[in-house]
Design a protein around this ligand. Structure first.
Ligand code: ADP
Ligand code: MG
Length: 448
């Protein structure tokens, strides 16, 4: 039977994929709803599970509907770690999902509204675009594609759109879900042979929002279905909103035709937060916390300190603030800078900004008005040597690079040269007020 299934899989993945990935699979056993495959290497098992897991599961469950999971195990005679040849390597788990007519949206977070979203330079475009979609007028750009790093507000904006639309137009069928949930529902429908229902349901929504679409990268059959759903909705002029952690063109293992489809609407990115936005967010969270802790005492400068020192990820910022308030109310003390540093020592350490050697070289050569090539190059003129030593010193202080590593990045200099430079600046720093000022200024611009 597996032989016949393999044949079917070959039809859908093509000759060369088949030979590389599917051919080597041996079906070892099927029991307890799990189909276990023997694979020559754990790498192959992982790859197949990731890329063809849903397809294989579909094919198998069309013969044996009891099968709900796949398991890949490395064959004993060529296992990479012979001590535990039978350890299960990967499992493409499939969560049970109801597909009984209604198509429930994933629950919306009550806090993620436009009213609670603080707008600043880094996110103003994304915010404006989201607002426009939330007004529910005729689709102006389709899809709206939001992207940006973790914790910058993508999910918040999507929920805000969904809240506004469903409040203003309760009749509207707004579906918000993560790409992962999309896949689970898809696989479920395949297994229960309810593909027609699945297609019908997804094609009947008025607004489709799929969060973290990068999740379906490399999941071939899910991508295929997503593509069809997407096209059907665009053809009907239904609004689509998508988010991802990078630009459409940069999502690895996503089919080109999908990439280009995702790009044909409006693509906007959420930039990492800057100091002003962080301060604004902290201020607005503080106002809300005041309701919860009415006698909260907060010293001047604490919010500014946090906005300076904590990373661009808003989730981290929020977590820090919540912890600080909880701690302060517990010990019944006003929040001073000192208390903040104590309470958040680990967070502060973790979010120390990582500065690169290249960044330091660039900033320092700008500061002293010399060319980068002269800083790194062999010239020994004082006008180049001093800035070079300053840069080496900052590299030692602000990065985790070793002296030999730093030397290599300064035109292949020896580590003793770097050490000498660092020592020299340490001395000058005490003797020479100008150097001390330079260092202070450079450090501050580098810390951002
Ligand atoms: P992403 O989906 O981009 O990883 P989220 O939307 O989950 O990020 O945001 C992480 C947290 O930060 C959420 O609690 C969200 O409310 C908050 N947040 C992000 N950006 C803002 C903002 N501009 N104003 C207020 N809160 C924000
Ligand atoms: Mg998110």
């Amino acid at each position: 039977q597996w032989g016949r299934l393999k044949q079917k899989i070959q039809d859908s993945v093509g000759q060369s994929n088949y030979r590389n990935w599917i051919e080597p699979l041996e079906l070892a056993e099927v029991s307890g709803g799990i189909a276990t495959f023997q694979v020559p290497t754990s790498f192959l098992g992982n790859y197949v599970s990731q890329h063809y897991g849903d397809l294989i599961l579909y094919q198998i469950s069309s013969i044996d509907p009891k099968v709900r999971r796949l398991n890949f195990r490395v064959a004993a005679n060529c296992a990479a770690r012979p001590s535990q040849p039978d350890a299960p390597r990967t499992a493409a788990a499939v969560q049970p999902v109801r597909t009984d007519g209604a198509l429930p949206s994933a629950p919306l977070d009550d806090r993620f509204r436009f009213e609670t979203f603080v707008v600043g330079k880094p996110n103003e475009l994304a915010h404006a675009a989201a607002k426009r979609v939330a007004e529910g007028g005729p689709t102006t750009f389709n899809p709206l594609f939001l992207y940006g790093g973790v914790g910058l507000g993508k999910t918040h904006l999507m929920h805000a759109i969904a809240w506004d639309l469903t409040t203003a137009r309760p009749d509207m069928n707004v579906l918000y879900l993560s790409a992962e949930q999309f896949m689970y529902r898809f696989v479920q429908a395949l297994r229960d042979r309810k593909m027609m229902d699945f297609k019908e349901l997804f094609r009947s929504v008025d607004v489709l929002m799929v969060d973290d679409v990068q999740f379906i990268a490399g999941k071939d059959s899910t991508q295929e279905e997503f593509f069809h759903t997407f096209n059907a909705l665009v053809d009907q002029n239904k609004q689509i909103v998508i988010s991802a952690d990078c630009a459409p063109g940069e999502i690895a293992n996503l089919e080109d035709r999908i990439k280009s489809r995702l790009q044909c609407g409006l693509v906007v990115d959420l930039h990492p937060t800057d100091y002003e936005l962080r301060l604004g967010i902290l201020q607005s969270k503080l106002d809300r916390h005041r309701e919860q802790y009415p006698d909260l005492m907060l010293n001047d400068g604490v919010l500014e300190f946090l906005a300076h020192r904590i990373s661009t990820n808003v989730r981290v910022l929020e977590g820090a603030l919540t912890r600080l308030f909880a701690f302060a109310s517990l010990v019944r003390q006003p929040i001073t800078l000192e208390l903040t540093q104590d309470c958040l020592a680990d967070v502060l350490r973790a979010s120390e900004r990582k500065v690169s050697v290249e960044e330091i070289q660039r900033k320092v050569s700008d500061h002293y008005n010399i060319r980068l090539s002269d800083m790194i190059g062999p010239k020994r003129l004082r006008a180049f040597a001093r800035p070079r030593q300053v840069a080496m010193y900052l590299c030692k202080q602000m990065t985790s690079r070793s002296l030999p590593e730093i030397g290599r990045r300064f035109g292949g200099r020896d580590h003793t040269t770097v050490m000498h430079g660092v020592k020299r600046i340490e001395e000058l720093r005490i003797q020479d007020a100008q150097i001390a000022d330079d260092l202070e200024l450079l450090r501050r611009t580098l810390e951002g």
